[in-house]
Design a protein around this ligand. Structure first.
Ligand SMILES: Cc1cc2nc3c(=O)[nH]c(=O)nc-3n(C[C@H](O)[C@H](O)[C@H](O)COP(=O)(O)OP(=O)(O)OC[C@H]3O[C@@H](n4cnc5c(N)ncnc54)[C@H](O)[C@@H]3O)c2cc1C
Length: 500
């Protein structure tokens, strides 16, 4: 197994896309198989050092940033093991690049829906963070597509965890390693908000052990193999980027598109059963006026009047339903006063790619800006129940205006989940932005929201996880961690401090 110790060669493993400063490590292991992972962990234990799992480093919460010890990089465990088209399953090692996996499934007319905007991430990283993306509006997060995992625990024991094998009896969860060791866990007692949510360990009475490992951000084990569910590739796709002159019109359009899409999915739509059914967006994404201006250089045809921002939507169709659904979308767009003539629509693959690239340009430009200025990312990842969403957005705007903070707001408006990113220049401005951020978190929590709907807690949002679940909740997570990693080897400092 390759091991790198030269600091010039490992510098790339000391950070992630959050730009969190201060990461350092003694060495990086590059395992090529499970035995290598076991050997790397054995060395870490023997030397009493921590081990941080690394995917592609696109994480936005500092999860893979090591503070000492060793890094276990999964980039050489990158085999796409198989795609079983009949069973609609894919099996990959953790270092497979998500975009490449999806390309392969699509060649076989199969879709793997999880789509964090940044597709250079590794499948292992997306499982460790339970990442989401635009299509989560229809299909749910990564968790919804994971059927089986292999995991190496800190002591080198291996676990095979198919969905359904280890299921909690109430709050009592028993898992078994391949060596036959039984580990008893108590499921934490906090209640997760019933909205899009990715903060802290998944916890629910009667839960499946696989859900505990999904989203555990490298703190409970190293994921070495993943089996995913796949679905048939939709026959056709209709996408649009619709611009608006004012925000109330944008929000009214979204409210109706969201409500009708949700009703179509649950079968509650009065139009379901009609010839083509009602609209059902699979993605409903927002880009505000400031964010449009951030990418205007790259997309000069953004209309000057688009002060209400833009909504990017995707609608799956069939040859039979396409025309009717296009008409329904157009009627909705016109009725809400969108800048319809200046908006962009497309039904081909190339159009779809162009619109995805447009949406992706926003977080990419944010990342470039903060990197250029050496700024640690200050970006919200909160989601709230639908009835509180407009209120939270108004609070963001009010706070940014009151404190004169430069910002862009964009994201997964279908899931009531926006990223408000604050740009800072001076240390004083940074401090102010952090204080305002804290106020936004408090408001979202008071509304029954979550501190993180998709990026996870990492090392940057630990204090907010504490604010969300309290000392008792964190203690519940520590007990789980203690049972699976008694020496606190893995993912040290991620989610919570192991400590006491
Ligand atoms: C421009 C941009 C846009 C983005 N948009 C979205 C978005 O829309 N939605 C979204 O959810 N995310 C988004 N992200 C975040 C990011 O892509 C995800 O968090 C991604 O899933 C992390 O994968 P990675 O391979 O880069 O993991 P890394 O960043 O390397 O690691 C992330 C965490 O997972 C752990 N980990 C990694 N591999 C393993 C493993 N094999 N076993 C155990 N633990 C492991 C690490 O220790 C760390 O805690 C975006 C990022 C960027 C840069």
């Amino acid at each position: 197994m390759l091991i790198k110790q030269d600091q010039d060669e490992i510098i790339g493993f000391l950070k992630d896309a959050s730009n969190m400063p201060g990461g350092w490590a003694e060495r990086v292991y590059f395992p090529e198989c499970e035995d290598d992972v076991v050997a790397a962990l054995a060395e870490c234990r023997a030397q009493g050092v921590h081990a941080t799992a690394a995917g592609a480093g696109t994480g936005l919460a500092g999860g893979r940033v090591p503070f000492g010890g060793a890094v276990i990089a999964t980039s050489r465990m990158n085999a796409l093991l198989r795609i079983d088209a009949d069973r609609m399953r894919g099996v990959v090692q953790p270092g497979v690049i998500l975009g490449e996996f999806q390309q392969e499934t699509e060649r076989l007319n199969l879709l793997y829906p999880p789509d964090p905007t940044e597709r250079t991430c590794f499948v292992g990283g997306t499982v460790a963070t339970n990442s989401s993306g635009a299509r989560t509006f229809k299909y749910g997060p990564t968790r919804a597509f994971i059927e089986r995992m292999r995991v190496i625990l800190a002591d080198g024991d291996r676990m095979e965890i198919p969905r359904g094998r280890f299921v909690a009896d109430g709050y009592d969860l028993r898992v078994q390693t391949e060596a036959g060791r039984v580990i008893e866990l108590e499921v934490p007692r906090y209640t997760m908000p019933a909205i899009k949510h990715a903060a802290g360990y998944y916890a629910h009475p009667g839960m499946d052990a696989i859900d505990l490992f999904i989203g555990s951000e490298g703190t409970l084990g190293i994921v070495t193999e993943i089996e995913t569910r796949l679905i048939p590739l939709p026959e056709r796709l209709f996408s649009g980027i619709v611009f608006f002159a004012d925000e109330p019109s944008t929000l009214a359009f979204v409210d109706e598109a969201r409500a009708r899409s949700t009703a179509s999915r649950t079968g509650a739509s009065p139009r379901v059963g009609a010839a083509a059914g009602d609209i059902e967006a699979r993605a409903l994404e927002y880009i505000d006026w400031n964010a449009l201006n951030l990418i205007r250089d790259r997309f000069p045809s953004i209309p000057d009047a688009a002060h209400g921002g833009a909504i990017w939507f995707e609608q799956e169709t069939t040859g039979e339903s396409e025309e009717r659904l296009l008409e329904l979308w157009y009627e909705l767009i016109v009725r809400h006063g969108a800048l319809a003539d200046d908006s962009w629509f497309g039904i081909g693959l190339e159009d779809q790619k162009r619109m995805r690239a447009f949406r992706h340009a926003v977080p990419e430009s944010v990342y470039e800006q903060i990197s250029e200025h050496g700024q640690t990312k200050i970006g919200t990842d909160m989601a709230v129940p639908v009835e509180r969403f407009a209120e939270l957005l108004a609070f963001y705007r009010e706070q940014f205006a009151e404190h004169g903070l430069r910002n862009v707001i964009y994201g997964h408006i279908g899931n009531c989940h926006l990223h408000a990113n604050i740009f800072t220049g001076t240390p004083a401005e940074h401090e102010l932005a952090v204080a305002v951020y804290r106020r936004l978190v408090e408001r979202a929590l008071a509304m029954g929201g979550t501190i993180s709907a998709e990026h996870g807690v990492g090392k940057l949002k630990k204090q907010y996880l504490l604010a969300m679940y309290g000392e008792e909740g964190i203690a519940g997570m520590r007990r789980v961690k203690k049972a699976l990693d008694p020496e606190g080897i893995l993912g040290s400092g991620t989610m919570f401090d192991v400590g006491q």
